[in-house]
Design a protein around this ligand. Structure first.
Ligand code: ADP
Ligand code: MG
Length: 641
């Protein structure tokens, strides 16, 4: 890395931003591109939109299954950071769009309301960052504490003409500080007022202001509108604007964003400036000065109980009237919820191996904890339907309409386990693990522990424990059974192959009505009906369909051989499936022996190693995590049955 080059490059970038000129220079620039004088909402919308907008694609299965074919707008800007929040983001952007078209929304506060950890702060953050990342620098009066629009210099009498000539819209008046400077320094010759250019920065307090919640004692409206600098009072008279320190949130956030964090934790009096800021686009100045023009997007967030409390006070009506509320519920789509934890882990410093399905069981818990139960199906099925999965039960797809499920569950997603609860449990499982990896069981255990310690509501606690100890545990065992069985079959490929050969001989003999010749003894005998039935049963082939199946298999294999193709037990999918499950069913005992480390003989040890190898190669385990999982399976699956 060339440090000097990097430093110089950064400085050059900064200088590109730097620009000084006069009002006339600025007017020429506007003549070329009147967009430069756009208001804050439009600037914000454009910065996000500049990353690209697509419509949700109809061929995307989520579109049809989960979004009712709604071709939602997808904003690329949020793509890598937010999952399953497409609807919320579309609503936020719709708000900004109408605000940028100077609709009623341009005079409203955007309020994100939802449960803890649903992503409200993260969304507000992302929106603010769009200004830092993508907005063009703005032109403003030099030295102005609110970085005001240079067009404010133009006297009212000329504005109509300039608006027409340039195709811009001019609103707002000079701030008291610039007005004073104009009169004193430039004797009212406004074309001489220097104009500069600068960008947005939250840390630099340029165009992005954040108001944290303040308690009754410490909250002071100066945090919003600035104050009078007492130290300057002996230098200037009280009415002199030079005593003003315009460093409040509405000053800093002018032309950009003002964010109220957990807005209703503040006393209501503190919030009254919001009314004039939205309604009149004015905020008070400290002391006896006139109101100050304000152009900025106001974003805020709160949780549901705060919102309900606030709403129930009729004295709050004036502010309520100014609020556009967008609900930010928890994600209820399993696959998307998993992506959230993936993201968080990727960005943390933990460098551990997660055994397959670890994130999945964690996400299953949070999603199920958020779902309302239904008469139409069990919770696990509901979770799968909400995830767009086909749910097959007794051989047929379960037909439950997602719309019906959603309709009957009012207010779903506003309650349950938060993303933070899950990441804390994953973190503690990782920290406790001295092996460098964690497995689903360890995360389930960590979650159980955390629920017992931290969930206060007894009914919820009971419900959550049932989800973890019963629903998720059983579902995980089912997943595991399938996975280990497959690995097991791979280790027993030879047996599978000989079952296949044997079945084929029998089926051929049955179909061609010729006696069967034993491969070893050369003896002739009748086909083994019992053996064939046992295989066929595995995939539900019974009664009269047997003859057809046997004929099909025989014909298929003959055709393959004629074409000079190799046949093995994997050649014909239905037969392969039947053989695998037959093998597993008959070797449950064997499976137990192989998976128990104590009683393995050499041959079994070899099979065991092959199993581990398959789990590493095909499923993404490490040898260590595979061993732990197999031991767990040995103790919990294939119990004597
Ligand atoms: N849908 C989502 N997509 C991506 N990350 C999310 C989502 N929901 C929550 N998060 C993450 O969860 C964490 C907590 O979110 P946060 O914004 O602090 O919640 P809130 O302010 O609503 O309490 C953040 O790291 C956030 O990025
Ligand atoms: Mg928050």
């Amino acid at each position: 890395m060339d440090f000097l080059k990097l430093i110089k490059q950064q400085r050059a970038e900064g200088q590109k931003e730097a620009w000084t000129g006069t009002l006339v220079d600025y007017l020429e620039i506007l003549r070329e591109n009147p967009d430069i004088a756009k208001l804050s909402a439009r600037r914000l919308f454009d910065s996000v939109a500049s990353y690209g907008i697509e419509s949700m694609n109809e061929s995307d299965p989520r579109c049809k299954k989960l979004f009712d074919g709604d071709k939602l707008k997808i904003y690329d800007y949020f793509k890598d950071d937010f999952y399953g929040h497409e609807r919320v983001i579309a609503k936020i952007m719709r708000f900004l769009k109408s605000a940028s078209l100077k609709g009623e929304e341009s005079r409203q506060v955007l309020l994100l309301m939802g449960p803890v950890g649903s992503g409200k702060s993260a969304l507000a953050d992302a929106v603010k960052k769009a200004l830092e990342k993508a907005a063009e620098p703005i032109f403003h009066l030099e030295g102005c504490p609110v970085r005001e629009e240079p067009l404010h210099l133009l006297p009212r009498s000329l504005r109509d003409q300039f608006e027409k000539a340039l195709g811009v819209h001019i609103e707002g008046d000079l701030c008291p500080i610039c007005r004073h400077r104009l009169m004193e320094e430039f004797k009212g010759e406004y074309e001489k007022f220097p104009i500069v250019r600068s960008g947005f920065s939250q840390r630099g307090r340029r165009g992005i202001a954040v108001v944290p919640p303040m308690d009754a004692n410490s909250q002071d409206v100066s945090a919003l509108i600035g104050s009078e600098d007492i130290s300057k009072l002996d230098k200037y008279s009280e009415n002199d604007p030079r005593v003003l320190s315009l460093d409040g949130a509405f000053n800093v956030g002018n032309r950009g964003v003002v964010e109220f964090v957990e807005i209703f934790k503040n006393e209501i009096e503190f919030l009254h400036t919001i009314i004039t800021a939205t309604q009149e686009k004015n905020v008070p100045t400290p002391g006896k000065n006139a109101m100050l023009y304000f152009d900025g997007v106001i974003i805020s967030h709160c949780n549901e109980s705060e919102w309900n409390r606030f709403k129930s006070e009729h004295t709050n009506e004036a502010i309520l009237d100014r609020v556009v509320k967008i609900e930010v519920p928890y994600v209820l789509e399993l696959t998307q919820e998993m992506k959230i934890y993936d993201k968080m882990l990727r960005r943390s410093d933990f460098r551990y191996h997660l055994a397959p399905h670890t994130i999945k069981v964690a996400a299953m818990f949070s999603v199920m904890s958020r779902l309302k139960s239904s008469q139409k199906c069990d919770l696990l099925t509901k979770m799968k339907i909400y995830d767009g999965q086909e749910v097959v039960e007794k051989g047929r797809t379960k037909k439950v309409d997602i719309k019906d499920l959603r309709d009957e569950a009012k207010n779903e997603g506003m309650d349950g386990i938060s993303t933070r609860f899950i990441t804390k449990a994953i973190d503690s499982a990782l920290t406790d693990s001295d092996k460098g990896f964690i497995t689903p069981m360890r995360v389930i255990d960590a979650l159980i522990k955390q629920v017992k310690e931290q969930v206060v509501d007894e009914e919820k606690k009971k419900n959550y424990l049932e989800i973890l100890q019963k629903l998720i545990r059983e579902e995980y065992l089912k997943i595991l059974e399938g996975e280990i069985a497959k690995a097991f079959v791979t280790a027993y490929e030879e047996q599978a192959q000989s079952l296949f050969d044997n079945y084929l001989d029998n089926a051929e003999s049955f179909t061609t009505k010729q006696k069967l010749k034993d491969r070893v003894t050369n003896e002739e005998r009748e086909p083994d009906e019992k053996f064939m039935k046992a295989i066929e049963e595995q995939i539900g082939i019974v009664g009269s369909s047997r003859d057809g199946f046997r004929a099909d298999v025989t014909a298929y294999m003959f055709a393959k051989v004629r074409r000079g193709q190799k046949v093995d037990y994997k050649s014909y999918e239905p037969l392969k499936e039947a053989i695998e499950s037959y093998l597993i069913a008959t070797v449950k005992d064997l499976a137990r022996i192989v998976t128990k480390s104590k009683s393995r003989d050499n041959e079994q040890q070899k099979k065991y190693s092959e199993m581990v190898e398959t789990m590493v190669k095909d499923y993404g385990y490490t040898p260590e995590s595979a061993e732990e999982i197999i031991t767990f399976a040995a103790n919990n699956l294939w119990r004597d049955s």
